[in-house]
Design a binder for this molecule. Sequence first.
Ligand code: AMP
Ligand code: ZN
Length: 482
Amino acid sequence: MYLYNSATHKKDEFKTHTPGHVEMYTCGPTVYHFAHIGNLRSYIMEDVLEKYLRYAGYDVNRVMNITDVGHLTSDADEGEDKMLKGARREHKSVMEIAQFYTDAFFEDCRKLNIKRPDVVQPATGLIDDFIKIVKKLEDTGYAYFAGGNVYFDTSKLSHYYVFNDHDEEDLAVGVREGVEEDTNKRNKNDFVLWFTKSKFEDQALKWDSPWGVGYPGWHIECSGISLKYNGEYLDLHCGGVDNAFPHHTNEIAQSESYLGHPWCPQWFHVAHLNTNDGKMSKSKGEFLTVSLLEEKGYDPLAYRWFCLQSHYRKALVFTWENLDNAVAAYNKLIARIAALKPEGEVEQAVFDEYKAKFIQTMGNDLNTSMGVTAIFDVLKAKTNDATKLALIGDFDQVLSLSLLEKAAKVREEQAKAKTAQAAGGEYTVTGEGDPAIDALVMQRYEAKKAKNFAEADRIRDELKAQGIEIIDTKGGASWKRM
Ligand code: AMP
Ligand code: ZN
């Protein structure tokens, strides 16, 4: 596999410390609010990466933190603690907020077919390990105590800006106007490893330490959690591009100074999901969640499809129109798969040929849009339906779009609609030639017939969200795209 590596600024051949085994780390969510669909873009692409590695034969150990302490409102050391802000907003304790939004995050992941990492570790569960690392950094001269906090001394490193192709805007994170400079810092980029003093409201969660009662900085948690569960040699580190600086830069500084040897050679950064007003962010307060998409009648997997259609290193603009187009394409694909008949024997030579192409395509810097196109190539292939279905099921181990399950559901609905037609006589659906939509219109009719008007309305709304209008006719219904 070739993967773009932010540390070398080029596509590198993917290598691991132990042949055939990948130690993978992902920066997890800060659980003070729901994840927005931008955060989830990063997790979807990282999920595809993990699944591709497994598909290509690697054994993977994937570790993720849950940030439930220490992440301040600027990604550097200024501002309030995000968790405290969330707790105040909802009149709850920090731990209640953390539990609620951690559960909500994994529920969103479930709906998006994002696999749970092998290890998920909340930062508050590993404080002793962080203290041990900070202590060693202090003992070896990489850290100093000043004004109540322990800082990492970036001047001790021969190179600090490891991802220095990031633009000014990325590097300016935390250097925000109106934020006072911390005069305890010896160098501008020094960062806090352990806080006992904050200019802001006091933390609810605090632990005893050699420097006094306090709490860890945000960056140390990822180093600590990865060192514990991935070991001393990490193969692949993932996160959204905003994490590259200062978060990942600081993780490298701490981990390598602590270990005394290189730590992680490969860095995978996902570009942002933007709206027409700019980057989607939790701190802006207004953002889109999976639940909101569902309320509007969208299938969360249509959002996954939307994400897979573009490359992870390109910024992706979210508009409702773009999502509607994705929904239409996703449903059309499912309808085409539903029309395949599981008959005949799988033609092994064809299967192997298309599988090899898929591995190669996805192995070229995780080209998911070409990976999706590979399904259309299978549909057009000169082979029987059994082979096509086998290939689609095989690719979907990586893409996770539930293609076969959804197609089976469409077939079921079609069969039900046929039976209803035979039993009830004349109710017919005419439309623009999409069996999946025909089936939904028929389902609405059945719901109405059973006096389940709420369900009938829900289906109408779901179709409306997809840009489809139902027109009731004398002997049935017809539908059209608005
Ligand atoms: P947070 O919960 O803020 O710690 O972020 C969780 C993950 O989402 C991190 O990997 C971020 O880099 C990533 N992220 C934040 N905003 C966006 C966005 N608009 N698009 C894609 N990824 C994002
Ligand atoms: Zn992290």
